[in-house]
Design a protein around this ligand. Structure first.
Ligand code: BEZ
Ligand code: MG
Length: 574
């Protein structure tokens, strides 16, 4: 029986529910696939423009519209409210004004929007105009799609203008698309902006660990990707440095090649031990950053600080004293694939159903990712030394795993790489530490810091994408490919069950009801793409067979029957 709630508890519960609904409602999702050569649709454009206008952009001389509105309304603690994960009426008032201002912009243009904002909230028109002018440029460039022309130029062997690679919200200068994406100067990473941003994220992450576990994690495993750190100019790298309690410093050529220790009095918490599992792309693009991270861990390990305030030192010392490990071995924390190799292959193993126990998936992750990148005590570079024992040992102390998400277009169920990496490393931790770690994600999609558990993120992605009619109808407009996308999402969700068991069973039940048990939808999918439909049903039955979902026998029966019929039909037509 559910215990009776008093009125305070009930109010708190209703408030939490309200906040969750708001979070789902406000989440930006792609409502269709990008069509090569086509511009974004109007509503999608308005949402994007609002996100672009939510950040201060000193390099463009523009201010964030929400901040301008908050200042004009004399809201004093707006900056703090932004970093507070719970919602508030004040934030809602500001957001509503900004949404309407961007709507006005879309209808009437920059000048009229600035005048409207002035009359509505008192922001001087000349203060908001630079932001609206930036939106004009972004909007025009979104409409002027040069992808097809550039492709033809490339095929003719002509010159393609270069442009930065990033997310539009992170850096609107990526527009227009259809240019030759260039990467980043690895020595510039992390930028000051990324480092400032990471301070809030790292603090929120540790606060969440503290709230849930009652203590700081003895060690954390982080996943770092190359493209993400290009897009964010080093958010992930900066978060790792904050956890260690160091800041990057720049040499005479303005290159981030060294670190400076943040004193414990300033940090006000212990230094966290971090195990860095790095993608092959990151390793290739960010060699100096790999060195910087390794240097940071080594430096922190040698600080003369109390062990209870410096977990790196405590863990390294323990290995050296109790098991006579060398300092170089005990301090190794940066791992990636063997040189020239990429990926963990955990995704392939899951997709092909070629695994017996979950442990195999974690073991595969370590086999693929256990190559150490470091510089030894004599300064010699070690590039890809196969060291499974060092990685397993480092993972055995990990109590929480974490990855930063940097784009609203690609989330944890859109591609198989998130479960391949974060799922893979979490599973490897479970084997080595004999306990499942807490698994967290953050997103740097909005000015607010959001830390979510993996379970919360899977629910949010499922509600806003896989089970959201706006999302799946958007996909189904693409016909054959759209059904494949739906199937992909379910397969990727299954990947989280396989690696972390973080998927609520109701998710599989609702997927079945929405796509397979509803006769009209079933017929639509059958017509558009019977192959993906068959894979979808097989995957759901696999979820049941592997113990992640135990629905009513009636649902299973219907699934089996429909799968059988479809098999026969496909064989006949083959
Ligand atoms: C990367 O950018 O490092 C990356 C991209 C796709 C999959 C995995 C990693
Ligand atoms: Mg892929």
């Amino acid at each position: 029986m559910t215990p009776k709630l008093n009125s305070l508890e009930r109010d708190a519960r209703v408030m939490r529910l309200y906040e969750q609904l708001l979070e789902i409602e406000q989440r930006l999702i792609p409502t269709g696939l990008h069509v090569f050569g086509s511009a974004a649709e109007l509503q999608e454009k308005a949402d994007l423009l609002r996100m672009v206008a939510s950040f201060d952009r000193p390099e463009e001389g523009t201010r964030a519209l929400p901040k301008l509105v908050a200042e004009a309304l004399r809201i004093e603690n707006y900056e703090e409210l932004l970093h507070d994960p719970s919602s508030s009426e004040t934030k809602e008032v500001v957001d509503a004004i900004v949404i309407e201002a961007v709507q006005k912009f879309c209808e009437l243009g920059a000048d009229a929007a600035a005048v409207w904002l002035n009359s509505r909230s008192g922001v001087a028109a000349e203060t908001s105009l630079p932001t609206f002018r930036l939106l004009t440029t972004v909007s025009e460039q979104l409409d002027a799609n040069a992808e097809l022309d550039s492709l033809l130029s490339a095929l003719r062997g002509e010159y393609i203008e270069p442009g930065p690679g990033a997310d539009i919200v992170q850096n609107p200068m990526v527009l227009p698309t259809g240019r030759n994406t260039h990467a980043v100067n690895p020595y510039s990473v992390p930028t000051q902006l990324a480092f400032d941003r990471a301070k809030h994220t790292a603090a929120a992450l540790l606060q969440r660990c503290l709230d849930e576990q009652g203590h700081y994690p003895r060690a954390m495993a982080l996943v770092l990707w190359g493209l993400d750190n290009i897009k964010t100019q080093g958010d992930g790298v900066a978060q790792a440095l904050w956890l260690l309690g160091v800041r990057p410093i720049r040499d005479a050529l303005n290159r981030a090649t060294d670190i400076e220790v943040i004193p414990l009095e300033e940090l006000q918490r212990p230094r966290i031990d971090v195990v860095l599992t790095v993608s092959g792309i990151f390793r290739d693009l960010f060699a100096p950053t790999m060195t910087l991270l390794d240097k940071a861990v080594r430096c922190v390990a040698t600080l003369a600080e109390p062990l209870e305030m410096n977990y790196v030192r405590r863990n390294v010392k323990e290995k050296m004293e109790a098991e006579s490990w060398s300092f170089d071995d005990a301090v190794t924390r940066v791992f990636s694939n063997a040189p020239g190799n990429y990926g963990s292959n955990v995704n392939f193993m899951v997709m092909d159903s070629q695994w017996e126990s979950e442990e195999t998936l974690g073991d595969l992750f370590v086999t693929r990712k256990c190559f150490a990148y470091t510089r030894d005590s004599r300064g010699r570079t070690v590039e890809g030394r196969e060291a499974p024992h060092l990685m397993n040992d480092a993972l055995s102390r990990v109590e929480a795993t974490y990855q930063n998400i940097d784009s609203f277009e690609i989330g944890i169920t859109d591609v198989d790489h998130y479960f391949e990496y974060l799922g893979g490393v979490s599973r490897a931790v479970e084997t080595n530490s004999k306990a499942r770690p807490a698994i967290y994600l953050s997103d740097s999609l909005s000015p607010q810091v959001r830390i979510r558990s993996l379970e919360e993120t899977v629910r949010l992605e499922t509600r806003t994408k896989t089970l959201n009619p706006k999302w799946y109808e958007g996909m189904l407009k693409h016909g054959f490919r759209g059904v494949a996308e739906i199937e992909n999402h379910v397969a990727n969700t299954f990947g989280w069950s396989a690696t972390t068991n973080a998927v609520d069973p109701w998710i599989y039940t609702e997927v079945s009801k929405t796509f397979l048990l509803d006769p009209v939808m079933f017929e639509r999918l059958l017509e558009l793409n019977p192959h993906s439909l068959r894979s979808l049903m097989k995957r759901l039955l696999e979820a049941h067979e592997r113990g992640y979902w135990n629905p009513d026998e009636e649902i299973l029966e219907t699934l089996r029957e429909r799968l059988d019929n479809l098999r026969q039909e496909l064989e006949v037509t083959a």
